[in-house]
Design a protein around this ligand. Sequence first.
Ligand SMILES: Nc1ncnc2c1ncn2[C@@H]1O[C@H](COP(=O)(O)OP(=O)(O)O)[C@@H](O)[C@H]1O
Ligand SMILES: [Mg+2]
Length: 259
Amino acid sequence: MSEGLAIRIEGLGKVFDGRIRALSGIDLEVREREFLVVLGLSGSGKSTLLRCINRLIDPTEGRIWIFGEEITAAKGAQLRRLRRQIAMIFQQFNIVRRHSAVTNVLSGTLGRASLLPSLFLKFPQSEQERAVAALERVGLGGRERHRADTLSGGQQQRVAIARALLQEPKLILADEPVASLDPALRHSVMRHIEALNKDEGLTVVCSLHDVDLVRRYATRVVALRDGHLVWQGRPHDLNRDTYKEIYGTEAEPATNATI
Ligand SMILES: Nc1ncnc2c1ncn2[C@@H]1O[C@H](COP(=O)(O)OP(=O)(O)O)[C@@H](O)[C@H]1O
Ligand SMILES: [Mg+2]
């Protein structure tokens, strides 16, 4: 396969429980360093697509390559190695609220945060330093020991981004990362995801709803409708016609922005 591809998807399909079709015939390539936004109504298949990419969900049909290696065929050590290159950021942050910010960041490397009480001092010094540095990167310097549930939603999501950073991923899958946040806080999180993309050269695939955010952060946009990929283009190609193609004829932009 050609150089520079972060993700290649061929004929991807997913049927849940033998009857609920969530994705059909998805063909998609994502180049390294792209910031690809996935649009679509609720239920259109965005989360299923993102979760197939890191094999949190096993596809029913099709194949997926990550940086040239087929993750859909990978098992055991190879699958674990490929997954380590992919960090996921969720709408609901997935952090342990009663743990400190830094314990949450460190626990990301263990993948079983909920079993661990405050283990900060049991991690090697070098890991602790990396975790503190990751929190500084996302603007949370000095808040290392604050309990996660004393932080704002935007700060909690930045803890999740810091946890993702510790994994040293090459690809970030962000599933509606700001949908649970007050609109005023959304840029505070998106800016940090953008920094990983622009400064670190990480590839980002991110589902979003807000057209203003899409225009501000995406380098390319794809849209799902009923599990089909119905549109691809640049953010500035989005207009009222494409919007109706993506969301249906009754839809109106959920923003005051002119699209
Ligand atoms: N674990 C699951 N079991 C059964 N159906 C599911 C499951 N996850 C998603 N679905 C269904 O698949 C479709 C796509 O869902 P999803 O990928 O969550 O869409 P989106 O993230 O765009 O809202 C929906 O019809 C949803 O109900
Ligand atoms: Mg979803």
